[in-house]
Design a protein around this ligand. Structure first.
Ligand code: G6P
Length: 608
């Protein structure tokens, strides 16, 4: 959802800014731009399309500069175009990049227009440049102007700005959109994600909401929401640079699918011991808290919500706890009733999804026992603002379609289930069984990756269609939903998921030879009923693609049966996710879509 990067150095920064933008392309990739102090002017280049096009422009124009800002965009206000691309400028003096949404932009735009400022773009961001310029006109420095800006802007922003007449300094501001400063030797940087600066430093200052900062090559000054000079603790964040490279894989998504056995190992590492889950892995005092929990409320978006839907089954079956689950974007609009002793659980790969953060912030004023986050990014707002936290430790996920983040969220949620059950002394034998099964998961997932050959055959058939249905029952229904989401995200095939029993209540009308049906059918108590549902599809000429472990129970006329490895029933949702990821990936490959950066999407959705 837009990535910004800024550098104030003593060396040439063009390449460095472009490299940083490449690493943040997952945040948006419809246009990109750069503004850099050069010898006599600010070089200002913008390109419609991906960062590569901006890089080509830079190669042609060869601007040289040591201080500058850059941006990769995901359009919110105004279509993707060169004029709507950042940086925006005012009077060739102020240049800004912005991530977020300015909610009162119409009002501010009118105010600035009446002062004579002409707008060239349709964005909400351009007014930031004009507003800063208007304060400079009144005699403010860029730093003072940025502090004044805070009183005017409503909404979310991470901003980096430069002033033509001050060639060493950059000014930053943050409110509800991520922004951190990277500290170097005689050089300082800022970015939306530490990944963008991974090759430059491992020392970071994470800005808080309301902070304004001024950076030059040798100095960093930070001012808090009350404009008082303040210090932020240095955090060491080591990101291996290979995390941001595809290695031998064609796409990040493919790499991330194959990283899952290792990612799962990392999620489990240091969290289980003997035949139970370790104490307080969600933070000091979490075990005492868990003993009081009587109910769970989950809020999350997209794939993370699907993880929550699976976990709701586990909370009830293993820990005996009822769960309410909501789209984070809906949750706070329904006046949620908060029962006594309810734990709020948010789930987010990025920890910066605006709706999920808004849900957490809303919930803080309600009578929850506490808030707990399952998150992959330790420096994220969600991780920092929640009372309790379990990091999934999956490593950076770059592909827009979530894969390893999802399966590790499921592992983390199972650890939460076990911790809750342990705190109330529930199901000790079952807990020990699940712990043993969790330890085997990396190997079982590894085995499931070998199914690729069979899946490629199915992919070539599904790739010819425009629609697909996914079926699953119980805790496999959310896995069917996740399979359908993955397929539509990256192959643009329209896909929907249903609990298998619902088929006859409407969707059966859609079944014909052009509607492939993907079924998740591990052998369990519902499997026989599921088989009857699948027979209903067969009887109407639909092609069935079944993932299961009881082939003998079903004879297929059209389609294919994929025999899955065995695993503990409670963990099968994790296992059955893998072939569905591979299926979407292979279908998208055949259809030639942009797999890592599907059209219209962004990985980190930092606007509500
Ligand atoms: C976007 C991404 C999805 C992701 C969702 C929630 O829509 O494209 O892959 O599941 O955001 O993101 P989060 O970071 O909160 O898990």
């Amino acid at each position: 959802m837009c990535g910004i990067i800024a550098a104030s150095t003593e060396r040439s920064i063009g390449k460095l800014l472009i490299q940083g933008l490449y690493k943040m392309e997952y945040r948006g990739y419809d246009s990109a731009g750069i503004a850099m102090h050069t010898e006599n002017k600010v070089a200002h280049l913008r390109a419609l399309g991906k960062v590569k096009l901006l890089e080509d422009l830079m190669i042609n124009e060869k601007p040289k500069g040591k201080v500058g800002i850059a941006h990769t965009r995901w359009a919110t206000h105004g279509e993707p175009s060169e004029v709507n691309a950042h940086p925006h400028q005012s009077n060739e003096r102020i240049f800004i990049v912005h991530n977020g949404i300015i909610e009162n932009y119409l009002e501010l735009k009118d105010e600035l227009a009446s002062k004579g400022y002409a707008f060239t773009s349709k964005t909400d961001s351009e007014l930031i440049a004009h507003l800063l310029d208007s304060y400079l006109e009144e005699g403010s420095s860029l730093l003072k102007a940025t502090k004044q800006l805070k009183d005017k802007l409503q909404g979310a922003y991470a901003i980096a700005a430069l002033d033509h007449s001050d060639p060493n300094t950059l000014v930053l501001a943050r409110n509800r959109s991520p922004l951190l400063i990277g500290l170097g030797e005689d050089e300082n940087f800022a970015a939306s994600d530490p990944l963008a600066l991974a090759d430059l430093t491992n020392k970071f200052l994470i800005l808080e909401d309301g902070d304004v900062a001024k950076i030059s090559p040798n100095n960093v000054e930070i001012f808090d929401k009350n404009n008082k000079a303040c210090k932020r603790d240095i955090q060491i964040i080591d990101i291996k640079s290979e995390a941001a490279s595809k290695g031998d894989y064609k796409h990040f998504m493919e790499k991330e699918i194959y990283e899952q056995p290792n990612a799962i190992l990392n999620t489990l590492d240091g969290r289980v011991g003997g035949d139970d889950v370790l104490e307080n892995i969600f933070g000091e005092g979490s075990n005492n808290l868990f003993a009081k929990v009587k109910r769970i409320q989950i809020a999350a978006c997209g794939t993370s919500l699907h993880a929550g839907r699976v976990a709701a089954n586990w909370f009830s079956a293993i820990a005996g706890l009822p769960t309410q689950i909501d789209y984070a974007s809906e949750y706070r609009y329904k006046n949620p009733y908060v029962d006594k002793n309810t734990l709020l659980v948010t789930i987010s790969q990025s920890g910066e999804t605006a709706d999920t953060l808004a849900a957490l912030r809303y919930a803080k004023d309600q009578k929850y026992l506490a808030s707990l986050a399952i998150c992959n990014v330790p420096t994220s707002s969600l991780a920092r603002e929640s009372d309790f936290l379990l990091l999934t430790n999956a490593g950076p996920e770059i592909g827009v379609a979530s894969t390893k983040a999802f399966t590790t969220q499921l592992i983390a949620l199972m650890l939460l289930t076990l911790s809750l059950a342990k705190a109330s002394g529930t199901n000790p034998k079952l807990r020990s069984r699940v712990i043993q099964a969790l330890r085997q998961m990396p190997d079982i997932v590894e085995k499931s990756l070998e199914l690729k050959g069979d899946i490629v055959d199915i992919a070539s058939e599904i790739a010819q269609q425009d629609n697909a249905l996914f079926l699953g029952r119980g805790m496999f229904y959310p896995i069917a939903k996740e399979g359908a989401l993955k397929l539509k995200e990256i192959s643009y095939i329209h896909a929907e998921a249903y609990p298998a029993g619902e088929l006859k209540h409407g969707p059966l009308a859609l079944i014909d030879e052009r509607m492939p049906v993907v079924a998740i059918a591990p052998e369990h108590e519902l499997a026989e009923k599921l088989v009857s549902n699948l027979e209903e599809v067969k009887a109407r000429g639909g092609a069935l693609y079944v993932f299961g472990n009881a082939k003998e129970k079903l004879s297929l006329e059209r389609g294919k049966y994929i025999s899955m490895p065995e695993c503990d029933f409670l963990l099968t949702p994790i296992l059955y996710t893998i072939p569905l990821q591979i299926l979407s990936y292979e279908v998208a490959l055949i259809r030639g879509t942009d797999i890592d950066q599907p059209r219209n999407l962004a990985k980190s959705v930092t606007v509500e």
